[in-house]
Ligand binder design. Structure first.
Ligand code: AMP
Length: 418
């Protein structure tokens, strides 16, 4: 199946070519024809499957084909896309802008942290696409800066995450402000009974589509475990992973904002400059850090789960779970930051025996069995002093204790050592 077979208008086909997309992904193949047919769609697809283009492309097509209506000067956009985080909203905005490069389409992301002035100014033009986080959109609705009576289509992206973050009451209010006649789409990484129930509030006779399962989506990501004793040990293992010659860019995940700050500082002292990314930073700081990371001016990002979705940087070769996430599905989202656009990626989790239940959950959820790697301290020198290791190690540290040495990796069985 080719993109041509969807029958998109020419400017969109050109943008697809310009973007180097050759064939539609499974979720695109399944969802696009229905969205073009004005059907409501309930899609289970996680990030990394091409879900964003699966709704952006047909919606752009619908906008491109529709004649300007009488409400063109009204405060109501044509398409409303709701996303749980600023990062994801910005990512979707970028994608819409990319694919509408040969069209006249006004797009605006309405998220917390962006100046009200700028948003107000932009809201004076007729907007075709608004991509919003629920909180800020509600603010603007209360101030009568935006109306939703005339929207033609609405997307609730990452509905499961929205639910987790407590956004559902806001989304209901937002939906109530629409005419309820618009085409509705809901995308979710996991289709739980709860999400099914919520979907009934928003979708009318939805067509259901699903991306290939998660393993398929992450086949190009090699996943490993490291057994670690304590913080110091974790740092040493991390240091070794970060010295991997195949590493281009890496995201290291910690559980808390404080841990991210601390680890980022600690990494600096062992010659791995990084930045911490978490929800305590201002939007400007967050954007700055993400932009530097995207431009490959920053190699290592130490982040909380705020970065687990939405960040789409093709050069990320390594994801390291310095701490395991609290949910198996967050693990899937985190590791999905690597292996973007069919590239190869590696994911490492630094774990100890107390993580055993979570590892089991992840393995069951993702239907995988992760390989255990151990850094062995006590092997004879010749075994762990491979050339690249020896060089970088000697250059950066004056070796005091042999127990600091990590180098030879021994592969164990997939079971957890006692
Ligand atoms: P998403 O699941 O929307 O986060 O997309 C994951 C990544 O796949 C993004 O980098 C997209 O640019 C890329 N992508 C989406 N659709 C295609 C396609 N048909 N061919 C190649 N890359 C794609």
């Amino acid at each position: 199946m080719s993109f041509q077979s969807f029958g998109f208008i020419e400017p969109i086909n050109q943008a697809i070519v310009k973007n180097n997309y050759l064939t539609p992904t499974p979720i695109q193949q399944k969802a696009i024809p229905h969205i073009l047919n004005h059907k409501d769609v309930l899609a289970s697809a996680q990030t990394g499957t091409g879900k964003t283009a699966a709704f952006c492309l047909p919606l752009l097509n619908l906008i491109g084909q529709s004649r300007p209506g009488h409400h063109q000067k009204s405060l109501s956009p044509d398409v409303l896309i709701l996303a749980p985080t600023r990062e994801l909203a910005n990512q979707i905005e970028k994608e819409v802008i990319q694919f509408s490069r040969y069209m006249r389409v006004n797009t605006l992301a309405i998220t917390g942290g962006v100046s009200y002035n700028l948003q107000n100014r932009l809201l004076k033009n007729h907007l075709h696409f608004v991509i919003a986080t629920p909180g800020r959109l509600m603010d603007l609705m209360r101030q009568n800066k935006i109306q939703l009576k005339h929207i033609k289509a609405m997307v609730i992206d990452e509905a499961d995450r929205m639910l987790d973050m407590g956004f559902m009451p806001d989304i209901k209010k937002i939906y109530e402000a629409t005419s309820n006649n618009q085409q509705m789409m809901m995308f979710t990484a996991t289709l739980t009974p709860n999400i099914e129930k919520i979907a009934q509030n928003f979708l009318k006779n939805p067509v259901r589509v699903a991306a290939e399962n998660k393993i398929e989506a992450h086949k190009n990501i090699k996943q490993y475990l490291y057994s670690v004793k304590n913080y110091e040990h974790k740092k040493q293992v991390l240091d070794e992973i970060l010295k991997d010659e195949e590493l281009n860019q890496a995201i290291v995940f910690t559980s808390t904002k404080r841990d991210a700050d601390k680890l980022s500082r600690d990494l600096f002292t062992i010659n791995h400059p990084s930045k911490a990314l978490h929800g305590d930073l201002s939007q400007r700081q967050r954007t700055q850090i993400i932009d530097r990371f995207k431009d490959n001016k920053l190699k290592i990002l130490v982040a909380t789960d705020i970065a687990a979705r939405g960040i789409d940087v093709k050069e990320v070769t390594h994801v390291i779970n310095f701490d395991l996430p609290r949910k198996a599905e967050d693990y899937i989202h985190r590791i999905g930051r690597t292996g973007r656009a069919e590239k190869l990626g590696k994911a490492f989790s630094l774990v100890n025996t107390s993580d055993r239940p979570m590892i089991r959950k992840i393995e069951q959820y993702a239907k995988i069995s992760m390989e255990f790697l151990t850094m062995k301290n006590d092997e004879p020198e010749k075994d762990f002093r491979s050339e690249p290791f020896k060089k970088s190690f000697k250059k950066k540290f004056s070796v005091k204790k042999k127990s600091n040495s990590f180098g030879s990796r021994r592969r164990n069985s997939a079971s957890f050592p006692a």
